[in-house]
Design a binder for this molecule. Structure first.
Ligand SMILES: *[C@@H]1O[C@H](CO)[C@@H](O)[C@H](O)[C@H]1NC(C)=O
Ligand SMILES: *[C@@H]1O[C@H](CO)[C@@H](O)[C@H](O)[C@H]1NC(C)=O
Ligand SMILES: *[C@@H]1O[C@H](CO)[C@@H](O)[C@H](O)[C@H]1NC(C)=O
Ligand SMILES: *[C@@H]1O[C@H](CO)[C@@H](O)[C@H](O)[C@H]1NC(C)=O
Ligand SMILES: *[C@@H]1O[C@H](CO)[C@@H](O)[C@H](O)[C@H]1NC(C)=O
Ligand SMILES: *[C@@H]1O[C@H](CO)[C@@H](O)[C@H](O)[C@H]1NC(C)=O
Ligand SMILES: *[C@@H]1O[C@H](CO)[C@@H](O)[C@H](O)[C@H]1NC(C)=O
Length: 354
């Protein structure tokens, strides 16, 4: 009541407004209608008294009606892309005011597809950039269109369009993708969605087919590129050279000089090696595929506490023999030189003396 009163004063103080904004209520305030569907909206006058109320529209207009304060606007089948209805009210003094109703006629995309299926283009190569195109056919209005590119369940790119056409158009979204090894095997798709506001959202999205991406990349070791492995007298050591890569890497092994001959018959085309001779030294493994070659180095050492390995024992005997033969007993009896030398041999070059 107070509102009407204040408004009345406003009208009185500003003279006779023509085509000013009305004190009316639109229900719903804005309309989203699918092409081919029906549209209804109500215009309700909030004035205490009016001479008449009507809808003006190039399509579906309603002439001035008297004796009512609520007038519906109805179209059974919306078959136009541009509809601009205006509700107008004639006041008892002859003044007229009007208010447009915002109507959006939409059409969800007829089809959404990624052009030139990736599988036909062949695998990608890591580090190279690829251009992917998503084609959206017959969507309206394009100004409400959002395109989302999905990789797995992540959104990697989002695009909107600055387009004033209200009737259906075809749009394309371009994704620049720099191929990465993590992309290998992932699913890429694009989704076209009309941002219609709450309620309608779930009907407005169309998703393309998923395309699996293959990315070629050179081998990469799962474990560090250099490893130090200690021999143990309880179990055999295993050297792991496992690498990822596309295509799947092939492996080859290199052994310390000392056991190269003996290891000739080992199966060395595997990502791991259980040396048949548990021997200290430098081992290496080569992983290769069409994209490159990587080498991993293993330094196999004896456990520091382990003084009874074969090599050490042989070392002791050789050292003893040499000492006894050359130096005689005299060296031994003097101030413990013998035991010093012996331990030097043990620590310094146990395998060198073999
Ligand atoms: C319009 O008003 C009529 C009668 O008051 C009501 O039945 C109808 O639900 C309303 N429609 C809308 C869209 O508000
Ligand atoms: C959208 O396009 C209009 C003209 O078509 C231009 O004036 C406006 O700057 C554009 N807006 C953006 C965000 O690109
Ligand atoms: C959109 O593409 C479809 C199919 O490719 C075609 O039939 C239609 O004419 C195109 N529409 C426009 C507005 O270019
Ligand atoms: C994609 O790359 C092309 C050239 O390669 C460039 O013109 C375009 O702006 C890029 N698009 C995006 C979204 O980065
Ligand atoms: C869309 O949402 C409405 C309720 O908000 C629900 O009844 C309907 O099943 C949903 N449709 C789809 C396709 O998810
Ligand atoms: C390395 O690959 C072999 C054979 O595929 C597998 O048995 C082993 O578990 C892998 N090791 C590691 C550390 O991944
Ligand atoms: C093993 O490799 C290291 C460095 O890579 C080198 O210093 C060492 O002499 C090598 N040992 C043998 C027995 O070849």
């Amino acid at each position: 009541m107070l509102r009407f009163f204040i408004f009345g004063i406003l009208i009185a103080s500003t003279g006779k407004p023509v085509s000013a904004a009305c004190k009316i209520e639109m229900s719903p305030p804005r309309v989203m209608v699918k092409f081919g569907h029906s549209l209804t909206a109500n215009c309700t006058s909030l004035y205490s008294e009016i001479a008449g109320i009507g809808w003006e529209s190039t399509y579906g207009g309603v002439g001035l009606q008297t004796g009512i304060s609520t007038l519906p606007f109805k179209i059974d089948t919306v078959e136009r892309w541009v509809i601009q209805p205006t509700c107008y009210v004639t006041l008892p003094n002859g003044d007229q005011c009007e208010e447009p109703l915002s109507v959006t006629v939409y059409q969800v995309p007829e089809s959404v597809s990624i052009a030139q299926p990736l599988s036909e283009a062949g695998p990608m190569v890591e580090g190279k950039q690829y251009r992917m195109q998503c084609d959206i056919v017959n969507v309206a209005p394009a100004s409400l269109l959002s395109v989302y590119w999905h990789k797995g369940n992540k959104i990697i790119y989002h695009e909107t369009f600055n387009e004033s056409t209200l009737s259906p158009v075809n749009k394309s979204s371009i994704l620049n993708l720099t191929a990465q090894r993590d992309d290998d095997g992932s699913q890429i798709s694009c989704e076209a969605k009309l941002d219609l506001g709450p309620g309608e959202l779930n009907h407005s999205a169309v998703q393309s087919k998923s395309h699996e991406v293959a990315v070629l990349y050179p081998p990469a070791f799962i474990n560090p590129e250099t490893e130090t492995v200690e021999l143990s007298d309880r179990e055999n050591i295993i050297l792991y050279c496992n690498a990822t890569g596309n295509p799947v890497p092939v492996y080859s092994w290199d052994f310390p000089q000392a056991i190269q001959e003996m290891s000739k018959n080992e199966d060395v085309n595997q990502p791991f090696l259980i040396p048949s001779f548990q021997f200290p030294g430098n081992y290496s493994c080569k992983a290769s595929n069409t994209q490159g070659t990587r080498i991993k180095y293993f330094t196999v050492i004896e456990a520091p506490r382990d003084r009874t390995t074969l090599a050490a024992i042989i070392g002791v005997f050789v050292a003893l023999g040499v000492l006894l033969f050359v130096g005689g007993v005299l060296f031994v009896t003097r101030d413990g030189t013998f035991s010093c030398n012996q331990s030097k041999y043990l620590r310094g070059q146990p395998s060198g003396t073999v």
